[in-house]
Design a protein around this ligand. Sequence first.
Ligand code: DGJ
Length: 731
Amino acid sequence: MRKRILFVLTMVLGWMNTIAAEQPPIRISTNETDLILSVAPNGRLYQGYLGKRLSNESDVANFSYYAPAGLGGSNTSRGWETYPGSGAEDYFEPAFAITHNDGNMTTVLTYVSSEIEKIDNNVTQTIIYLKDKVYPIDVTLHYISYGKENVIKSWSEIKHSGKKPVTIWRYASNMLYFENARYFLTEFSGDWAKEVNMSSQELQFGKKIIDTKLGARAAMHTYPFFELGLDGIPRENEGEVLLGTLGWTGNFQFTFEVDNAGNLRVISGINPYASMYELKPNEIFKTPEFIFTLSSCGTGKASRDIHDWARQYQLKDGKGDRLTLLNNWEATYFNFDEKKLEGLMKEAESLGVDMFLLDDGWFANKYPRENDRAGLGDWEVNRSKLPNGIPHLVKSAAEAGVKFGIWIEPEMVNPKSELLEKHPEWAIRLPNRETYYFRNQLVLDLSNPVVQDYVFGVVDKIMIENPNIAYFKWDCNSPITNVYSPYLKDKQNQLYIDHVRGVYNVFERVKEKYPNVPMMLCSGGGARCDYEALKYFTEFWCSDNTDPIERLYIQWGYSHFFPVKSMAAHVTSWNKDTSIKFRTDVAMMCKLGFDINLKEMDEKELSYCQNAVANYNRMKPVILDGDFYRLVSPYEANHTAVMHVSKTKEKAVLYAYDIHPRYGEKLLPVKLQGLEPSKNYKVEEINLMPGTTSRLGENDKIYSGDYLMKVGLKAFTNGQINSRIIEITQQ
Ligand code: DGJ
């Protein structure tokens, strides 16, 4: 009997190998990029090619199997395995690792079959099925390619059909290989109020890892995206560069490993730190989506492709409009009452913005939310501040002529709250050690479905009681501290992952029930900014640092991955050494809002702001949905400039900022991009302070697109902290 089974198994495996050998290379393409995977004679799947799209279909067959130099050629199974398991002949970081029931820690995945599905004229999905011949493990690789946007998104699904649970301890979303002379990484790092600082380095032999272990406010120190220069440090308008980002709102990890042969592998996925995950029989472990684009003309083009893709396919209401607003956070902090808020609503209307946004401090009674030490979790309106409740505020806003939005932070709790008194078991914290608090609060245990119901209920209750609420700002101010889930008991190693999945369950339910309510994702500034969360949010808060000079760098950094319509930017009182004009001109580059006491402004400043809001509203289609060009980097000059160009190229807006020009500095013209060379454009400075006129030499004149792109505009000045916004209109 045993012999017969063995015989059948051998036949099946032999047959699988035959399929493998006959399987032509799998081509995953956009209009500009090819990723070619091929099944080798050993039945395993390898990366044959990743680069510019090949012109001739017949050349694809050349990649039937490819072993890069230094890895022993085609008579060895060492090569660029697409999803390498652990413990076989590959000596570097695996994409996948599992401990089988018998304690064996090796996995070798072989190709079973693949499917290609054309979703529409632009989007194609490729699914590849792999399995281990010795253990009942199935891995499915998914690739979705977006032709026009030149973006590929990929993830994997892991399953086993054994009798008992197994433990997986590596579960990458994707692995890519490069064979270049040198590799340069641009990473984004920061902290509260100093988000997305860009720095570049050459990768040398060994590993460079970018990861976070912060759990909830996960991107506080580093961000889930990177740029990889394949022929030098990533540059704006030239050079081969890969932009990659992971859609995961928790612990993520990017590993860049240069091997003995000088080849590079890039592994992207959830950070497996403290997360050996127990997989039950037939349960599917779906990894987050890794999204990438490959550009052969620099980061500018790559960013524009990602912006287009995000607006079209990923961001909540990506193609829709965005609301301008007045937020009360910096004007009042926790210190407000109905009268004060009603005054602000009227100010919002006089400013011309669409909405008033009520921030932190409106809730909790037993432990009133007077500061950040109490009340979080008790989502009943604070009766002494707001005796007539939220419905009254929504009504007052409508009477003032603006919409009403509201702040919540439903995933968190203060120890001083009725919620924690009632449900001490709902918070993530250690039962047997002193508790550490970040901003005096704890993270609720979203791995617990009952807690998920509660968090969903926070939004649901507000919406049921106030169906006219037009907007939510959803905050998250603490990383996971005291890492212990009372719910998961002896499965603590699943907390980091199950918690994030719990967060997504809530986001999903909110989106399903309230699909049309715009939402801002906030995390004590910009510590949550990934493309999975942004399926549920229309925008994110880039930073609590609204000093306009700092913002020039912060917005420059985020714009590498996010379209400006997703980047909330407010005019505030940070850095009063800068003018209201400068502060507004900086915020106007993104999704405009105000968070400032209008009483601080004199008549001219207020009138300037009203005019700026009107200009913004008029130019919203270009700003929010146009192509974004980074023209002069604040990292490289004492000035910076960017521009938006409408898709039709009929309208453009140029933003030029002088930060700290040196005495007598030579000023170079700003060369524009993206215009129609053969068309003429009128150049007109807008957003001028009342009583001033433009001193731009080219103001009110007409130039060809060719001239503006080759010669440029003398838009910079020798003034300190000076700004110009220039409207460019095709004639
Ligand atoms: C942190 C956010 O980034 C701020 O904008 C503000 O909403 C505060 N939280 C409120 O506590």
